[in-house]
Design a protein around this ligand. Structure first.
Ligand SMILES: Nc1ncnc2c1ncn2[C@@H]1O[C@H](COP(=O)(O)OP(=O)(O)OP(=O)(O)O)[C@@H](O)[C@H]1O
Ligand SMILES: [Mg+2]
Length: 254
């Protein structure tokens, strides 16, 4: 379980609020998609959960424990984090990137290499071809898959994924989304997944939290949000994609 209660973040001593009184609960095994336009506070929210950014006020609990009462390293060990814009280490090979957390945890080289192979296969990258390459030798989509593999390395119970499939062509994105759904079913992790892509949110989410200017506008299942939008903002956000989807996705009809 991940629970945020009245979480606030200001970077400028209260002139503006990047995150403005956000409350949100992700239940065990659930995928919550945080959906919103650029600059609405999604990344800031995610980074406060594993204490990459300190919050101004409020409470965040992961697995029932207040995050500020946990050592950051210990907390981050239970959370896999996929960074927006990939964030691989350029001077490390793909193998080393994937298994960096395992090195920190003291795994032997043999165990790290074995696990890295499994993880690369899991995200459909052939270890024979990719293990010894460097990030710059991979395409953007391949690098994003390495980022996902790295987040899964220590078998964390929680996953925080910040636009992991952003900037990909439609086909690759579709393949990765399908893979995500398979992994989700298999591992039942508790996940917060950020996107600004409405279709992606509808495909992947158990529930969607719509964020706007630092605030949560609505939290609900796709049907709840499509059928009972809580505000004009939510209605407008979904209006066009919902119209397009109705032809393909009959259960979204009222
Ligand atoms: N380190 C920082 N210092 C000052 N302001 C910041 C900092 N990080 C983020 N902000 C501001 O906080 C707001 C929210 O930023 P955030 O990165 O959370 O947005 P986002 O929803 O993830 O956007 P995007 O979809 O573009 O990634 C923005 O106005 C941003 O300029
Ligand atoms: Mg962001």
């Amino acid at each position: 379980m991940i629970r945020l209660t009245n979480v606030v973040k200001t970077f400028d001593a209260g002139s503006t609020f990047a995150v403005d009184n956000v409350s949100l609960e992700v239940i065990q095994g659930e995928t919550m998609v945080l959906l919103g336009t650029s600059g609405c506070g999604k990344t800031t929210t995610l980074k406060m959960i594993n204490r990459l950014i300190p919050m101004t006020s409020g409470t965040i609990e992961v697995g029932g424990r207040n995050v500020i009462e946990q050592r950051p390293e210990e907390l981050r060990r239970s959370i896999g984090y996929v960074f927006q814009g990939i964030g691989l280490f350029p001077h490390m090979t793909i193998d080393e990137n994937v298994s960096i957390v395992l090195r920190l945890l003291g795994y032997s080289l043999t165990d790290r290499e074995k696990r890295a192979r499994e993880l690369l296969e899991l995200v459909s990258l052939d270890p024979v071809l990719f293990s010894d390459k460097y990030p710059e030798e991979l395409s953007g989509g391949q690098q994003q898959r390495v980022g996902v593999a790295r987040a899964l390395a220590a078998e964390p119970e929680y996953l925080l994924m910040d636009e992991p499939f952003g900037a990909l062509d439609a086909l690759t994105r579709d393949a990765l989304q399908q893979q995500f759904l398979k992994l989700k079913k298999e591992f039942r992790k508790t996940i917060i997944f950020i996107t600004h892509d409405i279709i992606e949110a509808l495909i992947l989410a158990d529930r969607i939290a719509v964020m706007h200017e630092g605030r949560i506008e609505q939290i609900g299942t796709k049907n709840e949000i499509l059928q009972k939008p809580a505000s004009g903002f939510v209605r407008n956000l979904f209006a066009k994609p919902a119209e397009q989807l109705k032809d393909f996705w009959p259960d979204l009809k009222e």
